[in-house]
Write a protein that binds this ligand. Structure first.
Ligand SMILES: [Fe+2]
Length: 184
């Protein structure tokens, strides 16, 4: 049954942090069966996921450039695969925000406010610390994505649910692979 006429529940709205984004003035009305309140709350949550994903992308690319030590070749290559995947992921997240009728976040100032991940360290850390930071990063993005499910389910927003599932699979798998490298 469609639940789109209901306002987002408190718990669901709580999971979608970040300041509200304004709808573009003069934008054509949208009626896709999801209420304006739900669309706004989901777009807000997706912009937080976008900020997290972009921050993790940049940190991973930074580590690809700056990694040193005996694991150089393995990590340099592994980080390249990971930052490429993250770079490709930001586009579908941003475009889902647009399909819901809201502006996609796209500035360093907004990302630094909205991201649940810290910025990359100013001085490149040792290789093992890089791996630890990336495990934490992938876990943080997974938490952000997972936190959106109650809201998305309430609004019967299947395309967003599908996107979140794909992102969770990637982040949980990357966290596992990186975490495994920390074992003796
Ligand atoms: Fe490179």
């Amino acid at each position: 049954m469609a639940k789109s006429d209901k306002s987002p529940s408190k718990s669901a709205a709580k999971s979608a942090k970040v300041a509200r984004v304004a709808v573009a003035p003069g934008a054509a009305p949208i009626d896709i069966g999801i209420s304006a309140e739900h669309r706004a709350a989901i777009a807000q949550g997706l912009n937080a996921l976008l900020a997290d994903t972009f921050t993790l992308y940049l940190t991973t690319h930074n580590f690809h450039w700056n990694v040193t030590g005996p694991m150089f070749n393995t990590l340099h290559t592994m980080f390249m695969a990971q930052y490429t995947e993250l770079w490709n992921a930001v586009d579908p997240i941003a475009e889902r925000v647009r399909a819901l009728g809201f502006p996609a976040m796209g500035s360093f100032a907004d990302y630094s406010k909205a991201s649940s991940l810290p910025d990359a360290p100013g001085t490149p850390p040792k290789a093992k610390e890089m791996i630890r930071i990336l495990v934490d990063g992938h876990e943080a993005v997974a938490r952000t994505a997972r936190g959106l499910y109650p809201l998305v389910d309430e609004a019967s927003d299947e395309p967003t649910a599908d996107l979140l599932t794909q992102r969770l699979d990637v982040h949980e798998k990357a966290a596992w692979m990186l975490r495994s490298m920390l074992e003796e």
